[in-house]
Ligand binder design. Structure first.
Ligand SMILES: Cc1cc2nc3c(=O)[nH]c(=O)nc-3n(C[C@H](O)[C@H](O)[C@H](O)COP(=O)(O)O)c2cc1C
Length: 189
């Protein structure tokens, strides 16, 4: 199986990265091919709403998204991991998602779904926020659902941990790492 993961956090070794690493452990141990995209270090320009993809499903901007488009097309499993910033996904994650408008055009205008392989296509959303209230989870989950469905992932699990603010706080959470490992195990099946 091919698994790709997007880390939307700009903080190296931060809570999102720790959680994502934990979720990926059982997948890597099972021998699946894993590619992690650290979005903060990539050249991903925001969507320009130029309409260039409307008739072709192909984005005309040439940057790091070219390899992301290819990876999404081939993926059996997709993990999206992001901190909550201003009640939503990080700008790094959102920029990548907006560029998937090319897939939206392909799917909904050109009526071509990304075909699923023999393992089907599944997703996992990992969210970490400093606040305990769930507004950030709800807003982020709406955007993430639109992303997953657009890239032809019909089902995805969500893990959200609130009250996690200082770098490394996630390590003190009583169940987060275990839940992430279990979600990774399930995703790899
Ligand atoms: C610009 C910015 C905006 C934030 N906005 C929110 C927010 O709206 N809700 C929330 O729960 N946490 C918010 N936080 C806190 C982060 O979600 C929290 O620190 C998280 O653990 C960061 O994850 P990371 O270590 O993976 O980067 C914000 C942090 C930053 C830097």
């Amino acid at each position: 199986m091919k698994i790709i993961a997007f880390n939307g956090s700009p903080r190296p070794g931060g809570n999102t990265e720790i959680l994502l690493t934990e979720a990926l452990k059982p997948i890597q141990e099972s021998g699946h091919a894993v590619t992690v995209f650290k979005l903060n270090g990539m050249d991903i320009k925001p969507c320009q709403d130029c309409g260039g993809c409307a008739t072709t499903g192909i984005c005309i901007q040439k940057d790091s998204m070219q390899k992301v488009f290819d990876a999404i097309r081939e993926a059996d499993r997709i993990i999206l991991a992001s901190p909550i910033f201003f009640f939503g996904l990080s700008a790094q994650a959102k920029a990548m998602i907006d560029r998937c408008q090319a897939f939206w055009c392909e799917k909904y205008l050109l009526k071509k779904e990304i075909p699923a392989g023999p393992f089907g296509r599944k997703g996992l959303l990992l969210l970490v926020g400093g606040m305990k209230k769930e507004t950030g989870k709800e807003c982020s989950a709406g955007t993430a659902k639109a992303f997953f469905r657009t890239v032809s992932v019909p089902e995805h699990e969500i893990l959200f941990f609130g009250g996690i603010d200082v770098k490394g706080d996630i390590l003190k959470h009583p169940t987060a790492l275990k839940e992430a490992t279990e979600a990774g195990e399930k995703l790899g099946q």
